[in-house]
Design a protein around this ligand. Structure first.
Ligand code: UGY
Ligand code: MN
Length: 253
């Protein structure tokens, strides 16, 4: 969230295009909102870019106290720094760095944190499936989630942070690439992505552009945005990636 001063000559690596966006820390804009008392917010991807979700950083500047985000919206919270309390009908959970929570639509909760805590938050309207109960709340730590190779490539490991099942309408994963590893082909799919680079870097192809990307960068990939990534450098590249998932692209009555 710290702005570097490379923009004194009007330069930024950020790029907003038709079906993708790259948002780099040098262009972060912090705002406050009445529903996020005590926090500075940096909105990285929102419906205004064309996305079906909202992805933002929240930094507690004071004592932060935030309640649920409305009956229709599900919320995912990852602690990036400090300690965050989540009060629910089942009591209080305390989350530390790299702990996360999925809070289903309509699930009563309050988030609280002291100054300095930082959260990554993703919110989106829940897409229910007929005759299927909504997903339950889920709390876990990234370090405790097992990983598996993507399509047999042991140099590209995927962690699925959320449970699977017909009630789930989204996926949030981490993908870790050894230096030189890459996505096996240029993907084109109807699902969209919100992505945050956590470690390392490489080259991201988005539509017909290739971007150098590094930790702290955020990417939005809209539906059918051709996408590919190759890791470069001496350390692993790791990103967190959201995908709308498990629902037919043709809305059914
Ligand atoms: O799950 C995905 O679609 C993932 N492989 N996409 C990506 O990394 N850009
Ligand atoms: Mn993809």
């Amino acid at each position: 969230m710290k702005a570097t001063m490379m923009n004194t000559l009007g330069l930024t690596r950020s790029r907003i295009a038709q079906r993708h966006a790259l948002i780099t820390p040098d262009s972060h804009e912090m705002v406050t909102l009445p529903d996020w008392a005590g926090a500075g917010l940096v909105h990285l991807v929102t419906p205004q870019t064309g996305a079906g979700f909202s992805l933002f950083l929240a930094r507690a500047q004071d004592a932060l106290c935030v309640s649920q985000c409305g009956a229709m919206h599900e919320r995912f919270v990852l602690v990036r720094d400090g300690q965050v309390g989540i009060d629910t009908q089942c009591g209080r959970k305390t989350l530390h760095k790299d702990d996360y929570a999925f809070l289903p639509a309509g699930y009563a909760h309050t988030l609280s944190a002291d100054a300095g805590a930082e959260l990554l938050v993703l919110e989106r309207p829940y897409v229910p499936k007929a005759d299927t109960p909504a997903p339950a709340a889920h709390f876990a730590a990234i370090g405790a989630v097992p990983s598996a190779p993507l399509k047999g490539d042991a140099r590209l490991q995927v962690q699925k942070l959320l449970p699977e099942g017909p009630e789930w309408d989204m996926e949030i994963n981490t993908m870790t690439f050894e230096p030189g590893a890459s996505l096996p082909y240029v993907e084109t799919h109807f699902m969209e992505h919100g992505l945050v680079m956590l470690d390392g870097g490489g080259i991201y192809r988005l539509e017909d552009d290739w971007y150098p990307v590094t930790a702290g960068d955020t990417i939005w990939m809209g539906a059918y945005c051709p996408q590919w990534f190759g890791a470069i450098g001496r350390e692993n590249a790791r990103y967190l990636i959201y995908k709308n998932w498990n629902r037919d692209p043709l809305p059914r009555a």
